[in-house]
Design a protein around this ligand. Structure first.
Ligand SMILES: C[S@@+](CC[C@H](N)C(=O)[O-])C[C@H]1O[C@@H](n2cnc3c(N)ncnc32)[C@H](O)[C@@H]1O
Length: 248
């Protein structure tokens, strides 16, 4: 089947339930209503042991890979942590997004977390310019934005590839830690297909970690077949289990 988003963004209606954006296209939430920020920290940062990895010296650039960008919450949680360390390594946060959210939806995130630095006007207009460019010319699908660390010693670079996962993932560089966050597998099989997982393996080195809120059996089996060590732990909030692990 042809990727859905080759020719620019598809209509993705959003509605809010308990203050959390819900995609009507995928019939799923962008993050948990029981504390999105805490969920993201628990599942993706802790699941990938990002705090200890960023504390270790030795990475010239640390690459995070995310499937899908959504509201940017995982980005902001990671960026917030990186800003809090005295002398962190350079980070490149590579993400992808086929159905970019609109300004008014993104701004609700700022209201949910008023004490955090999230969508600034500068970041939003840079995002919108990149989407406009992509809409006019689908080959121009990369949005880049950079933050400097207060120590002035390091930068955090965001790269988001707009378009379908099948077109964007092959454009990623080798990743140190994966955030697999593409809606639930039952509702969005494309983000968890064997082809997607094979591409993730291709873009990993031995030791590359992954974490996801899902613990679906087929996902555990496919990741294991592809050479990942897969572990389970208690999921966030009311979720029973989540999985995490690394490539052997
Ligand atoms: C659960 S949301 C991501 C939440 C996000 N990480 C955050 O911090 O807000 C899943 C994202 O995957 C995107 N997505 C779903 N299917 C896709 C596909 N086939 N290609 C690219 N992006 C896709 C959705 O548009 C959505 O933004």
């Amino acid at each position: 089947m042809e990727p859905k988003t080759t020719l620019g963004p598809l209509k993705n209606e959003i509605e809010f339930k308990d203050g959390v954006p819900v995609s009507l296209l995928f019939d799923d939430v962008y993050f948990s209503k029981q504390g999105g920020w805490e969920e993201s920290s628990y599942v993706f940062l802790e699941g990938n042991q990002i705090p200890s990895k960023l504390a270790k010296k030795g990475h010239s650039i640390f690459y995070v890979g995310e499937l899908g960008f959504g509201s940017g919450l995982n980005l902001f949680v990671t960026l917030d942590f990186w800003k809090s360390i005295p002398s962190p390594p350079q980070v490149t946060f590579m993400s992808l997004e086929g159905f970019p959210l609109k300004r008014d939806i993104l701004l609700t995130l700022n209201k949910s977390y008023p004490d955090k630095k999230l969508w600034s006007e500068d970041l939003l207009s840079s995002y919108e310019s990149a989407i406009n460019l992509w809409t006019k010319d689908p080959t121009q699908n990369l949005w880049t934005y950079t933050w400097n660390h207060s120590s002035n010693q390091s930068t955090f670079t965001l790269q988001v590839f707009f378009g379908d996962v099948r077109l964007s993932l092959p454009q990623f560089l080798k990743i140190h830690s994966w955030y697999l966050d593409g809606f639930s597998p039952g509702k969005n099989p494309d983000m968890w297909s064997l082809d997607t997982l094979k591409e993730i393996q291709k873009k990993s080195n031995p030791g590359t970690s992954f974490a996801t809120f899902s613990s679906a059996g087929f996902l555990r089996r496919n990741l294991t077949e592809l050479g990942f060590v897969v572990d389970k732990k208690k999921g966030f909030g009311r979720k029973r289990e989540m999985i995490f692990g690394f490539l052997k």
